[in-house]
Design a protein around this ligand. Structure first.
Ligand code: COI
Length: 355
């Protein structure tokens, strides 16, 4: 096995982007039906050696998570809501008939990788360590059945912005040809198989001059569900009277950690918040009438990203003035303030990691 070379040239450190700047370490553990989990080991980030007939590769018995560690106002480091990610990881694993990674093991792996690679955060405290826990079926077996062997990895990369350094509004294409998730499917868990099939729709969006795709429900093709791999919020009204709406979790949406955090933060900021079903026609009509003033996407990767323009088969429409709205700006700042420990953390979302 080859240890990867140090990938910290100043160019990467200055502009890490999203998903390229892998750090130096990872935690690895293996599970077998006979013996359960091995003791997780911290080691260098290395290429994997795997059997070509591995179940995870062929039948997509693979789940993952995404969470971040942030430099705090006092220079320390904390992970954001890792216990909640551990719980969702366990739910995703259970849905795919995989063994759960115990929360304590998940948390220790987060801590070990952050501790080992904390120096990646020294150059710019606005950068974050994006942690990527992965669980895959590692048994070489091509009968279609649940694997008897699994591998758990916790890796990390240095993250700048998902959409670049600026927080410019993104344009979106409403996907009319494809569906992200179906009732009874896996839309409400974080499995790899939800993401690969989204890429053709994403390519269509790009061909239509948009950055992202908006997913509608599978049954009626009317209700807005998600945007790419992120949740959506709509703002009705403005100023102190602004009200926030996010599509309710019908079972086909991913219960995003950022979505959940923003519901709490928005209420704390004094906004009325609700979870409702909202159709694409309502979205368009209410944008045109001025009732909806802002729309933004949210996710661990996207943080809070405004949506400026929508392209759909029945015509394009603009959201507000097409720029980042005041509510979006305020909630983005409030979220980042909590994540960076610049304001109180009454819900106990920050998990300090001693370096
Ligand atoms: C994240 O927001 O962290 C995600 O996991 C979605 C990403 C795959 C686009």
């Amino acid at each position: 096995m080859t240890t990867l070379v140090d990938t910290r040239p100043s160019k990467v450190m200055a502009n890490p982007g999203h998903g390229d700047a892998f750090t130096d370490h990872m935690v690895t553990a293996h599970w077998t039906r006979a013996d359960g989990w091995t003791v997780p080991q911290l080691g260098p980030l290395v290429n994997l050696s795997m059997h070509p007939g591995m179940i995870g590769l062929h039948y997509a018995q693979v789940v993952f998570e995404g969470l971040k560690a942030f430099v705090q106002a006092d220079g320390s480091i904390a992970a954001f809501r890792p216990r909640d990610n551990a719980a969702r990881f366990a739910r995703s694993a259970a849905r795919l008939a995989m063994p759960e990674v115990p929360a304590s093991m998940f948390l220790s792996a987060v801590e070990e990788v952050v501790r080992a690679d904390a120096d990646w955060l020294l150059d710019n405290p606005q950068h974050t360590l994006y942690l990527r826990p992965l669980l895959y079926a590692s048994e070489a077996q091509l009968m279609l059945r649940a694997s008897n062997e699994y591998t758990f990895l916790m890796m990390a990369f240095l993250a700048g912005g998902f959409f670049g350094d600026q927080v410019d509004p993104v344009s979106v294409l409403v996907s009319r040809d494809f569906t992200r998730a179906v009732p009874g499917g896996t839309g409400n868990v974080k499995c790899a198989a939800n993401y690969g099939p989204s890429l053709l729709a994403q390519r269509q969006a790009q061909e239509a001059g948009c950055q992202q795709v908006v997913w509608l429900d599978a049954a009626e093709h009317r209700f807005i569900e998600e945007m790419g791999g992120m949740n959506l919020f709509f703002v009705r009204g403005s100023g102190a009277d602004a009200r926030l709406v996010t599509p309710e979790l019908t079972g086909t949406l991913l219960p995003g950690m950022t979505r959940n955090s923003l519901l709490t933060i928005a209420a704390r900021e004094g906004y009325a918040v609700s979870e409702e079903r909202i159709t694409v026609d309502e979205w368009r009509d209410q944008c045109l009438s001025g009732a909806i003033t802002e729309t933004f996407a949210c996710g661990t990767a996207a943080v809070v990203t405004p949506v400026g323009r929508v392209r759909d088969r029945d015509g394009d429409f603009m959201i507000g003035t097409g720029t980042m709205g005041a509510v979006t700006r305020r909630l983005r700042a409030a979220l980042l303030d909590v994540q960076h420990g610049r304001t109180a953390d009454p819900a106990g979302w920050l998990h300090p990691i001693t370096i």
